[in-house]
Design a protein around this ligand. Structure first.
Ligand code: HSE
Length: 297
């Protein structure tokens, strides 16, 4: 059985809707081998689909199809530490685990760029799957079915990523359904200027620019009403020393970027905010960057 380790990811970072993402040091694992029928085991007891609806299975089958190979089934074993439907790339981790596992079983016919293309085709947008596969910070654009990416290592120990994880899920389809069909020219300019600034600021280490660079008018104004307490947390996080906050991916989690040196002082403030608002079912977690991306264990 091949085993793949895949990082959680946070997409968008505010302004970079469907384009920017980064990998976090929280991981799922997917074990995969050929078998005469499909069996799926959850090694940690987390409830996951155990039939043909499994994204791991669908991704593995897609890779075999693309490579013109036939298989009767797979034995799949999963460990699922990334919370599901919380905007932390759990479905991307399944897709990437299935694709990479299948690619290993076939002797690596596809390179990483081809895996990013295939994963994006399955997921619909590249901003989680690209950092899940490549690690670090990734900017992506899709043109005629191909994904063009620039991936950069972010220095370890400079930034911490604080994540508030609500006790309710938010399906990406639901969070996309509230977005308008069209946006104004002014809003488009607002976001594209900030996305450019965001990329430059992260690559140059000009983190103080994130407060402006993570501003967004394309998706968050429409999604914030779906996430109770989000705006109150953004204000509290700023007060506690975060550079900036955003909805993580399509939500429901909330991501704050802060100097790594402030991380430990930030934790009690975040936990105090949770207590004050009686959000017993919510969780607060601190992460660092994962610069490795998906790997064979
Ligand atoms: N860019 C995507 C969105 C990420 O915000 O809808 C979620 O999968």
């Amino acid at each position: 059985m091949v085993e793949i380790r895949i990082p959680a990811t946070s997409a968008n970072l505010g302004s970079g809707f469907d384009s920017i993402g980064l990998a976090l040091n929280l991981h799922n694992t997917v074990g995969l081998e050929e078998a005469d029928r499909l069996t799926i085991r959850s090694l940690d007891g987390v409830p996951i689909p155990l039939d043909e609806h499994s994204l791991v299975y669908r991704a593995a089958c897609r890779l075999y199809d693309v490579c013109g190979r036939r298989v009767d089934g797979f034995a799949i074993e999963q460990r699922s530490r990334i919370p599901m439907a919380r905007g932390l790339g759990s479905s991307s981790a399944c897709i990437v685990g299935g694709l990479m596992g299948a690619n290993e079983l076939l002797g690596r016919p596809l390179d990483r760029a081809a895996l990013v293309d295939l994963a994006t085709e399955i997921e619909g947008h590249p901003d989680n799957v690209a950092p899940a596969l490549l690690g670090g910070f990734v900017a992506s654009a899709v043109e005629a079915g191909r994904v063009y990416t620039v991936r950069r290592t972010l220095p370890e120990g400079k930034l911490a990523f604080a994540v508030m994880i609500p006790d309710f899920p938010l399906r990406t389809a639901e969070a996309r359904a509230v977005l308008p069909e069209q946006v104004s020219h002014a809003d488009a300019i607002y976001n594209l200027s900030r996305t450019s600034l965001l990329t430059a600021a992260l690559l140059e280490g000009r983190y103080e620019l994130l407060a402006v660079a993570m501003g967004d008018r394309l998706h968050q104004p429409y999604r914030l009403p779906l996430i109770d307490h989000a705006e109150s947390w953004f204000a509290a996080a700023k007060e506690a020393g975060a550079y900036a906050s955003a909805i993580s991916g399509a939500g429901s989690s909330l991501l704050s970027v802060l100097p790594a040196s402030r991380a430990e002082a930030f934790r009690p403030q975040a936990e105090g905010w949770l207590r004050q608002n009686r959000l017993d079912g919510w969780r607060f977690q601190l992460f660092g960057i994962d610069n490795e991306g998906a790997s064979v264990v």
